[in-house]
Design a protein around this ligand. Structure first.
Ligand SMILES: Nc1ncnc2c1ncn2[C@@H]1O[C@H](COP(=O)(O)OP(=O)(O)OP(=O)(O)O)[C@@H](O)[C@H]1O
Ligand SMILES: [Mg+2]
Length: 112
């Protein structure tokens, strides 16, 4: 299992969620984050306003999927989150050791 973590633009959240749901993703966690990429200190557009602050608000999406679904998930995020402008975000893929469904105690793949 892998965790696909994507830092994306807020306004893309629904579109990315819908696209991932369509390819069979069963669950996800979303949070509000702030960060910067390689244009640190430069101006970037956010909801029509220009920001010069170091930390820009972004949305972070976390999805745990079986190894054989990682490529489809990454490709889907690439397609649905991209505008082509700087600040589109980034995708991180991390190994996941285990996952346990609290209600039933099921572990591993069956707990996804
Ligand atoms: N190396 C990194 N480590 C952790 N978070 C990062 C890293 N790079 C980017 N991020 C996160 O992703 C968000 C968006 O990054 P961004 O898309 O600006 O990356 P970039 O490398 O500057 O690419 P681009 O040139 O397309 O802007 C940042 O605000 C930050 O939250
Ligand atoms: Mg950037």
């Amino acid at each position: 299992m892998k965790k696909v973590e994507a830092v994306i633009r807020h306004f893309k959240l629904e579109e990315v969620k819908d696209a991932l749901t369509e390819i069979g993703v069963q669950g996800m966690t979303v949070s509000e984050v702030r960060g910067f990429g390689r244009q640190k200190g430069h101006k970037e557009q956010y909801r029509g306003a220009e920001y010069t602050v170091d930390f820009l608000p972004k949305a972070k999406m976390e999805v745990i999927v079986p190894d054989d679904q990682v490529k489809a998930v990454v490709d889907t995020i690439l397609e649905s989150a991209r505008t082509g402008q700087i600040g589109d975000g980034k995708i991180f893929v991390l190994p996941i050791e285990d996952i346990i469904r609290i209600r039933t105690g099921e572990a591993g793949d069956t707990a996804l």
